[in-house]
Write a protein that binds this ligand. Sequence first.
Ligand code: FAD
Length: 428
Amino acid sequence: MDALHGTGAAPLTDALRETGVTVRRAGPGDAVAGVLPRWVALPGTTEEVAALTRLSAEHDLAVVPVGGGTKLHWGPPPERCDLLLDTCGLNQVLEHASGDLVVRVQAGVTTDSLAETLAARGQELSLDVPLAGATVGGVLATATAGPRRFRYGTARDLLIGVTVVLADGTVARSGGRVVKNVAGYDLGKLFTGSYGTLGVITEAAFRLHPIPGDRRWITVRMPAPGPPDGDGRPGPLPGVDALALELAASQAEPSAIELDWPDLRDAPTVAALVEGSAAGDRAQAVRALMGEYGTARVADRPPGWWGTLPGDEPLLELRVRPARVGDALRTVAAHGPPARVRGSVASGILQIALPPDVEGSAFAGFVSSVRDGLGPLGGGLTVLAAPYGLARRVDRWGPVSALPLMRRVKERFDPGRRMSPGRSVGGI
Ligand SMILES: Cc1cc2nc3c(=O)[nH]c(=O)nc-3n(C[C@H](O)[C@H](O)[C@H](O)COP(=O)(O)OP(=O)(O)OC[C@H]3O[C@@H](n4cnc5c(N)ncnc54)[C@H](O)[C@@H]3O)c2cc1C
C-alpha cells in the first residue's frame, strides 16, 4: 500500500502543506452532498491550485472545488472526495479595463463583491445572480443565469476567457497559450456547467455592460387557468405564451420576461423589465400590450420574487421552446403535487419547486409524467436539487443526446476520474 495512504495520513498532509498552501483536516461541516472529504485546501493562486492538483494526481486523490458553497448540494454526491479545494482565497479582481468593458477576476470572487467593484465605474456583469456568497467559479460551474438571460445571454455568452487547472495539474487558458492536450477545445464553453468534473476554474474574463440609467418593471396578473376538462386535467392557461412572444418581438425591447406561478390552480403573474434610454416610454408600450390580459402596473422596483429561485429543494428545471411554454405549463399543472413555478417565460427555462415533504412516489410520478408530457413538445426536465432519498428514485437528467460526446471529453480531460467524480450527467 502507498505509505501515504496507509495508517497515518500525516505524510500526505505534510506533502500537501509543502505546496505552501494552507491545508487543514476536514470536519463534518465540509461534507459535499453528504460525502466527507479528508482535507480542505485554501489556495490563493492558479499556481497553487496546480501544485495541489499535481500532488492529487500522484496520489490518486479525488478533488472537489467549492466556491461559496451555496449550491454544493446540487447534482449527485461525488463518488469520492479526498481534497476539497476551497476557492475563497482566489478573491482578487485582477483587471478592470473599464474603457474596453472587460473584467478579469479570480474564480473565488463573489458576484456581490464583483458587482460593487464594477458599479464604482458604472458597469455591471449582466448575469443576475443574487444568491449572496455565490462565486464567479460556482456560477460558471453551474451555468447560472437569471432573468436577463433573455437579453444578454448566460454565463458562457458573457465569458470571454478562462483559466483552468486540469486533473494532472496543467494550467490551460482559453484564447491564450495553447496547451497540447487541450488544443482545439473551447474551454470556456466546456467548463461552463461542468460542475467541477473537468477541472478547476481559477480565473475568468467577462464582457461587461454599462449599468442602465433607468429601469421599470411592468407586471400583470394573467387570467386563471380554464376549467378542468372531462378527465379532470386543468384547462389551458390563457395567453402566457402569446404575451411572451408578443413582448419578445416588441419594439419596447424588454431585457427580461418572467413568470411567477405560486398556485397552479390560480392565476400566474407575468413581469417584464425594460431598462436604458426612454425606459419610461417603453414601459408604457409594454403596459399597453399586457393590458389586453389584465390590469398591468408599472413600478421602478422589481416584484419581490424577481430573480429568485421558487424554492430550495426539491428543485427542477424545465426547458422548452418559448412558443410551447403554455402547453408545458399545462403539463406541469396536470401532474402536480402542489408546485411553484418561476422563470424566464421568453427563454422557455423555468424552475419548479415542489413541497419539501413531497412523498417519494409522488415525486417520481411527477418527474416521469411531466417528462412524458414534454417529450412531444421537444422539452425536457432535470432535477437540479433534491434530497438523496428522492433523487435516487429518478434519472436526474433525463435523456441527454450529447452524452457520448460528454463522456469522450471527460475521458480526455480526466481519465483518472478524480475531478468531482460522478457529479454530472451520466455519472461523469
Ligand atoms: C438554471 C439556474 C438558475 C439559477 N438561478 C438562480 C437565481 O435566480 N438566483 C440565485 O441566487 N441563484 C440561482 N442559481 C444558483 C447559482 O448557481 C448559485 O448561486 C451558484 O452556482 C453558487 O456559486 P457558489 O460559489 O456558491 O458555488 P458552490 O455552491 O460552492 O459550487 C457549485 C458547483 O460548482 C463547482 N465549483 C465551484 N467553484 C468551482 C471552480 N472554481 N471550478 C470548478 N468548479 C467549481 C462545485 O464543485 C459545485 O459543483 C441558479 C442556478 C441555475 C443552474
